[in-house]
Design a protein around this ligand. Structure first.
Ligand code: CP
Length: 318
């Protein structure tokens, strides 16, 4: 489908996932984020276009990067930012998720950012509130701003996404980051590989356009980008790997293993990282190849873009 030049470049009320977005909608958000990368490197970073707007960050699951990043993004744009942190909400007292959503909505926020441990919870809340909702990660489902910041990092480092060979390695079964990245990278024309032990390889990867590899060396062969994922023990019931030591031996990213990849391979990790489990410190800290801290920087820019674009209609900017 081609883009209607009369329609807004991002014609959605919420950002709940990457699945279903057209390539130009993804590119629109990436293009919008570019200005905020430059702005973030200036001494004075304040913009003010969200002045007077209230942003609630409701995080029902732990976070360091995403929560801080959304808070910084909202503040740089001038919004009044309020955080509802994991563990401190009345869900702990038996309130239902929908009652919590109605309570948040009654405070008349202009945008709500939600992280929740259950897949689909963010979409459920979005149906009940009167403002844009951004998904900051729901269960195993999606983490759209993570995929966008990953794409921005790749695009800035490699100059393109189309035609790149990207190996996503590790606990794919439990990963919302992998799922959002499969949708995004295949939409933008990358060749995507899913590299995992059989116990952590979901049946759906081929349907998402990725090729499955259960051998790490074969999966890394000629890769332009290697994206490592941690073992998401909090989402596992029972053991999926014999031990973390055995896992590192077979699937940990070491310098030796990385030799199979392309000469200018970019190493990425969404964090939090478990050194010595899925990635060796020598690779994580390799300033030539590792883009891990750059991903964090791109996260603020991408979230500023998403907050700006999704609140335009409320600000009378169509
Ligand atoms: N990448 C990511 O979502 O990290 P946090 O869990 O710290 O937000």
């Amino acid at each position: 489908m081609t883009r209607d030049p009369e329609a807004p470049a991002f014609p959605h009320p919420h950002l709940l996932g990457i699945e279903g977005l057209y390539p130009w909608e993804i590119s629109c958000l990436l293009d919008e984020a570019e200005q905020w990368v430059e702005a973030g490197r200036r001494a004075r970073k304040h913009d003010g276009r969200l002045a007077g707007l209230t942003q609630i960050n409701a995080f029902f699951e732990n976070s360091t990067r995403t929560l801080l990043s959304f808070e910084i993004a909202g503040k740089r744009l001038g919004a009044d930012v309020v955080n509802l942190a994991a563990g401190s909400s009345s869900l702990k007292k038996g309130e239902t998720l929908l009652d919590t959503a109605l309570t948040l909505n009654a405070m008349r926020p202009d945008v709500i950012v939600i992280r929740h441990e259950s897949s689909g919870a963010v979409a459920l809340i979005a149906e009940k509130v009167d403002c844009p909702v951004l998904n900051a990660g729901d269960g195993r489902h999606e983490h759209p701003t993570q995929a966008l910041l990953d794409a921005l990092t790749i695009r800035r480092r490699k100059g393109r996404i189309e035609g790149l060979r990207v190996a996503i390695c590790g606990d794919i079964l439990h990963s919302r980051v992998a799922r959002s990245n499969f949708h995004l990278l295949t939409a933008l024309g990358a060749e995507v590989r899913a590299v995992a032990p059989p116990t952590l390889m979901p049946a759906f990867v081929e349907r998402l356009g990725a090729t499955a590899y259960t051998d790490m060396a074969a999966g890394l062969e000629g890769a332009d980008v290697v994206m490592m994922l941690r073992l998401q023990l909090e989402r596992m019931e029972g053991a999926y790997v014999p031990s973390t030591r055995e896992y590192f031996r077979a699937f940990g990213l070491t310098r030796e293993r990385l030799r199979a990849a392309g000469p200018d391979v970019l190493v990425m990790h969404p964090g939090p990282m478990n050194r010595g489990v899925e990635i060796d410190s020598a690779v994580a800290d390799d300033i030539q190849r590792s883009a891990i801290t750059e991903q964090v920087e791109m996260g603020v820019a991408v979230r500023m873009a998403c907050l700006d674009v999704l609140t335009r209609a409320r600000r009378g900017e169509g």
